[in-house]
Design a protein around this ligand. Structure first.
Ligand SMILES: Cc1cc2nc3c(=O)[nH]c(=O)nc-3n(C[C@H](O)[C@H](O)[C@H](O)COP(=O)(O)O)c2cc1C
Length: 172
């Protein structure tokens, strides 16, 4: 899809067709977009956990109690370790959240480009998810998204509710 179209077309999808799985080649292209994302000092401090098995999906579903979240065939979880990310020596700023955000953004845009819906979710219960995934203490769950094809109830092209350019841009 043409870039400007993609940016306009991408929106959070909360209607998934539970009967339609994502072909592996499509999933691979989506994950490849995350792999190619930039990161501070090119540290690539991420791991992408792709939950597709019924057993793991059931466990992961407990972290976010929305029917539409439970309907998606794939849950993608971006995790990372702070020690793997770059740290600025002057003030200790660590780039983990920034790097993982960029990777997730690449992923959700690539998904939209494939016609695959996503919805960035931060309101999950971290302890429940950590337990389900058996994460080590140093592994940070940063963002999760369902991935799946929208169902028939999905109405694409909702008007984007955004601040005006004049409110957010300042030329100096
Ligand atoms: C950091 C972040 C966290 C979000 N967390 C949630 C969430 O927990 N649940 C949810 O339904 N949507 C969540 N969203 C989706 C936003 O509500 C959505 O992106 C925003 O309303 C703009 O709509 P759009 O994505 O359709 O353009 C989140 C988005 C971001 C970027």
């Amino acid at each position: 899809m043409e870039f400007r179209e993609l940016i306009k077309y991408r929106e959070s999808v909360r209607n998934y067709d539970s009967n339609k799985s994502i072909p592996q080649d499509v999933l691979n292209r989506i994950l490849e977009a995350g792999r190619l994302a930039p990161s501070a000092a090119n540290r690539q401090p991420w791991k992408f956990l792709v939950v597709t098995s019924a057993k793991m999906l059931e466990k992961v579903h407990e972290c976010y109690a929305k029917d539409w979240f439970h309907a998606a065939p794939v849950i993608l979880i971006v995790i990372g370790k702070r020690e793997d990310a770059w740290t600025r020596r002057y003030d200790g700023y660590n780039s983990l959240e920034t790097d993982l955000t960029i990777a997730m953004d690449h992923i959700i845009l690539a998904a939209a480009n494939e016609g695959v819906g996503s919805c960035w979710i931060a309101a999950f219960e971290p302890t429940v998810l950590r337990k389900a995934l058996k994460l080590n203490a140093d592994e940070i769950v940063f963002a999760i998204t369902p991935l799946g094809y929208p169902d028939d109830s999905y109405q694409p092209g909702q008007a984007k509710n955004r601040k005006a350019i004049s409110e957010i841009v300042e030329y100096l």
